[in-house]
Design a protein around this ligand. Structure first.
Ligand code: PGA
Length: 265
């Protein structure tokens, strides 16, 4: 894992957007795996700005989101479809037909959605870059603790803790879903490259377990230790429980030196 500890939320957003933009510039028909939640919003704003400045087009890009609630229709503002339209898709030149979420349409068998989603990802040639947040309990997507580390897209029951953490997004008498369809951990691990963003003190413990403790289904994000190309972008608060901070900073300094030497600067 490449651990990059940055000054604040905005620095994380900018560094994340740079990684996405670099890929989309290099590979115009890249396939992106995308995440919802509070964390990636600042990065999406940054990508919208880059697009508006005229430097970045998503015309040929395809996207696959990590998860979607069951029982919330796509036109409900609480759906992850609505979130993606609002936070990113409506403000860039992406073709909606190329944007995918594991949606369970009215009348559709939720058990069929997972395998069909896996097939769509395969048909698109696999995911080039998967963007992830991390839950306070270490979940990635809605793969809650004890999820199989070999899982694929399927229905998951959210933990009470996750339902509680997400309650802030719902009104007092509003229906809050407790079931979702999520990419599995193996689905995520199949991505060619992974970019995980975490900000704020509430994530510090989950981040420490992901990076510095043994791989365990109790901390699903820890499986990323087994992936070859993972970049973790943290603000100071999310990095505050790490024991080997000096080493991560030292690695980043060495990387800057190496790149400088390569560029002849
Ligand atoms: P958050 O959610 O970005 O809203 O904190 C992250 C997650 O639960 O994966």
């Amino acid at each position: 894992m490449e651990i990059n500890i940055l000054e604040n939320v905005q620095a994380v957003a900018e560094a994340g957007a740079d990684i996405v933009a670099e890929l989309v510039t290099r590979k115009k028909d890249a396939t992106l795996g995308l995440a919802t939640g509070g964390t990636p919003i600042a990065m999406y704003r940054q990508l919208v700005d880059l697009h508006r400045e005229g430097d970045l087009s998503f015309r040929d890009v395809a996207t696959f989101n990590l998860d979607e609630y069951i029982g919330v229709s796509p036109d409900n503002p609480q759906s992850y479809r609505a979130y993606m339209q609002r936070e990113l898709f409506d403000d860039i030149d992406i073709d909606r037909a190329n944007t995918h979420l594991p949606e369970c349409a009215e009348g559709q068998d939720p058990l069929e959605v997972g395998p069909a989603y896996e097939e769509k990802i395969r048909a698109a040639g696999g995911i080039d870059l998967q963007v992830l947040g991390i839950g306070r309990n270490g979940h990635i997507g809605f793969n809650e603790p004890t999820s199989s580390l070999a899982s694929h897209t399927r229905i998951k029951t959210l933990t009470r803790e996750t339902v509680e953490a997400n309650r802030r997004y719902f009104g007092e008498n509003e229906f809050q879903p407790e079931l979702a369809i999520t990419m599995g951990i193996a689905t995520i691990m199949d991505a060619r490259e992974i970019l995980l963003l975490a900000t704020g003190p509430m994530k510090a413990e989950a981040v420490e377990k992901m990076i510095e403790e043994p791989v365990s289904a109790m901390s699903p994000a820890s499986i990323l230790q087994m992936h070859e190309r993972v970049t973790v972008l943290l603000d100071r608060d999310a990095a505050s429980a790490l024991s080997h901070r000096d080493y991560y900073d030292w690695v980043q300094e060495q990387k800057r030196r190496l790149l400088g030497r390569r560029d002849g600067s």
